[in-house]
Design a protein around this ligand. Structure first.
Ligand SMILES: Nc1ncnc2c1ncn2[C@@H]1O[C@H](COP(=O)(O)OP(=O)(O)OP(=O)(O)O)[C@@H](O)[C@H]1O
Ligand SMILES: [Mg+2]
Length: 268
C-alpha cells in the first residue's frame, strides 16, 4: 500500500491536545481537566486508564465528535474545532478505526465489508476495488474465504477483516478502541501481531485505547496514562513500567491479577 507522508511533514506531532477541558451536565460532571498530550507522527501510542477515566471522551475530541469547553485539539496542523461540518466529514476520512467488536456488517461477506468504504466514498472501478480488497486482506494474512459471512469467522479473523476495512482507504491515523478486550490469550497475541505489523509496514500514526498492559509494554512507542481526567504519565513503556506513581502501580498490579485469573480459568 502506498501511504505517503502527509503534507505537513515538518510537524513532528500528528495530534496535539492542548489543555483540553470538557464537562457534561452543565459543568456538574468534569471529565477532562486540562489534558495536554502530543501524539508523535508515525508512532504507536497507547492511551491507558481505568474505566471512566475519560479515554473515549478524549478520542471523540480527536475525531471532532466532541469539542472542548476550553483548550484545543490539533490534528495534522488543523484546529479541529474550527472545521465546518463539511470539512469535518472530509477530516474524518483521514482516520481508520477498529472498533471493539470489529463492527462488521453481518449481512455482508468479508469481501463486501472491506470493499464498503471504497464503494461508499470513491468512484473506483470494480476491478480496482477487487485488487485493492484482495491485496489488503492478503497483507493481513487472509488468503481466501472472502465469500464468508462474519458469523462464519473466528474472533481473530473478524479482527483481520475489521482492520482491512479500517485501512482500505489508506488513512493517516489509525484508531483502535480496546482491540484485545474480551479476547482469549491466543487471539490477543494475534491482534498484537497485526497492530505491530501495520505499524512497521504502513508507518501510520496509531492510537490504541486499552487496558491491556502487556500489549502496551510490548508494542507501544509511547504510553499515556489518563486518570480522572488528567494525564498522570506520558513516556516510554520502560518509563511506564518503572513509574513510582502509586495509581499507576496499582493499575499495573490489578491488571496483572486480572490477566492471571483469566489465564487460570482458560487453563482449566
Ligand atoms: N455524552 C456524555 N454525557 C455525559 N457524560 C458523559 C458523556 N460521555 C461520557 N460521559 C462521562 O464521562 C466519563 C468518562 O467516560 P469515558 O467513556 O471517556 O470513560 P473511559 O475512560 O472510556 O472508560 P471505559 O474504559 O469504561 O471505556 C464517565 O463518567 C461518563 O459517564
Ligand atoms: Mg471507553
Amino acid at each position: 500500500m502506498n501511504n505517503k507522508a502527509p503534507e505537513s511533514v515538518e510537524v513532528p506531532f500528528e495530534v496535539r491536545i492542548d489543555r483540553v477541558y470538557k464537562s457534561f451536565q452543565e459543568g456538574r460532571e468534569q471529565v477532562l481537566k486540562g489534558v495536554s498530550l502530543d501524539l508523535p507522527r508515525g508512532k504507536l501510542t497507547y492511551i491507558l486508564g481505568s474505566s471512566g477515566a475519560g479515554k473515549s471522551v478524549l478520542l471523540k475530541h480527536i475525531l471532532g465528535l466532541l469539542s472542548p469547553d476550553r483548550g484545543h485539539v490539533w490534528v495534522s496542523g488543523q484546529n479541529v474545532s474550527e472545521l465546518s461540518r463539511s470539512e469535518l466529514t472530509q477530516f474524518r476520512l483521514r482516520f481508520g478505526m477498529l472498533f471493539q467488536n470489529s463492527a462488521l456488517f453481518d449481512d455482508m461477506t468479508v469481501f463486501e465489508n472491506v470493499a464498503f468504504p471504497l464503494v461508499e466514498h470513491t468512484e473506483m472501478p470494480r476491478s480496482k476495488i477487487r485488487t485493492q480488497v484482495e491485496s489488503t486482506l492478503n497483507l493481513l494474512g487472509m488468503k481466501g474465504g472472502y465469500d464468508k459471512f462474519p458469523s462464519e469467522l473466528s474472533g481473530g479473523m473478524r479482527k483481520r477483516v475489521g482492520l482491512a476495512r479500517a485501512i482500505i482507504r489508506e488513512p493517516s491515523i489509525l484508531l483502535y478502541d480496546e482491540p484485545t478486550t474480551g479476547l482469549d490469550p491466543i487471539t490477543r497475541r494475534t491482534v498484537d501481531e497485526l497492530i505491530d505489523q501495520l505499524k512497521r509496514e504502513l508507518k501510520l500514526t496509531s492510537i490504541v485505547i486499552s487496558h491491556d498492559i502487556p500489549s502496551a509494554l510490548l508494542l507501544a512507542d509511547h504510553i499515556a496514562f489518563l486518570d480522572q481526567g488528567r494525564i498522570l504519565f506520558s513516556g516510554t513503556p520502560e518509563e511506564f513500567r518503572q513509574s513510582p506513581h502509586p495509581v499507576i502501580q496499582s493499575f499495573i498490579d490489578a491488571e496483572r491479577r486480572f490477566v492471571e485469573l483469566f489465564q487460570d480459568q482458560g487453563a482449566r
